[in-house]
Design a protein around this ligand. Sequence first.
Ligand SMILES: [Zn+2]
Length: 328
Amino acid sequence: MMWVTPEGARPADQLELDDLPLGTMHRRYIKLGEDGIGLSLRVPVLIARGGKPGPVFGIVAALHGNELNGIPLIHRLFRDLKVEKVKGTLVAVIVANVPGLLLHQRVFNDGEDLNRVFPGRADGNCSQVYAYNLLHRIVNRFDYMIDLHTASFGRVNSLYIRANMDDEKIAHMAKTLQPQIVLNSPAPIQTLRGQAIELGIPSITLEMCNPSRIQKDVVRMSLLGVKNLLRSLKVLPGALNKSNQVSIFCSDSEWLYTSKGGFLETLPSVATVVEEGEIIARLRNIFGDVIQEYKAPYSGIIIGRSVNPIAQTGARIVHLGRITHKHD
Ligand SMILES: [Zn+2]
């Protein structure tokens, strides 16, 4: 039985690409499980089957349900697309964590962080089955993948990429996208990026600044970068755009944490360079006295920072990257 779904999207049990005619666009609701009243849990997917054969390039957004900037990026990428000019296939999972998105929360509806349960299990608990099916019904068809995220609740990020820079193909993806910062970061095996790489799919994570909102300038800059990457892989036609942005490369990074509880003020903005010994945060007691100042333990760049002033002992202060070099 074929259900009628909004805006011409058709239900499907998995991502099928081979039967789609070249030069066509499609909308799918792909099933990853069933809810407690037997209705299908489906994720919305856009497909652009290009006019010429080529790689399958996958984009995934909102694996954390409150990380929204990736959604309008996908909308705009597909809206502007001339599908007959595409070489290969573009597939976008517009919302990966549908239950989380509908609850306006980061985690899945069983309270688990989906990006910590990969590869999941076919016979596992709710989040494990969902992750397993996302991987095996959709993502394993990809030849490349970008996973779109933002900072977590109570924090803000720069526009930065996490990528294993020892891998030549992955490093190329990260450099071509030209974010503010490229952080060398081998992917943990419990993440979608880690599992995609296990499947032989070169993958990067693009951190698109802040959670729970749409930032138009961030979406615009990220879209320019994604299009550049697609041009460099010949999926989209045309020459690479030289953006004005100079990416800063970091070999690694650390989060700094508070040593006691209090009212936290972080000083540097994201994507700014700080010198070793520079004061980066002040902690006050609830009566307003400064009880601790925090200094940068090494020179680096602020990748992300806390914006939540209520700091328990061990609260995050800033995410500080060690700079290797600049690249334009
Ligand atoms: Zn995330």
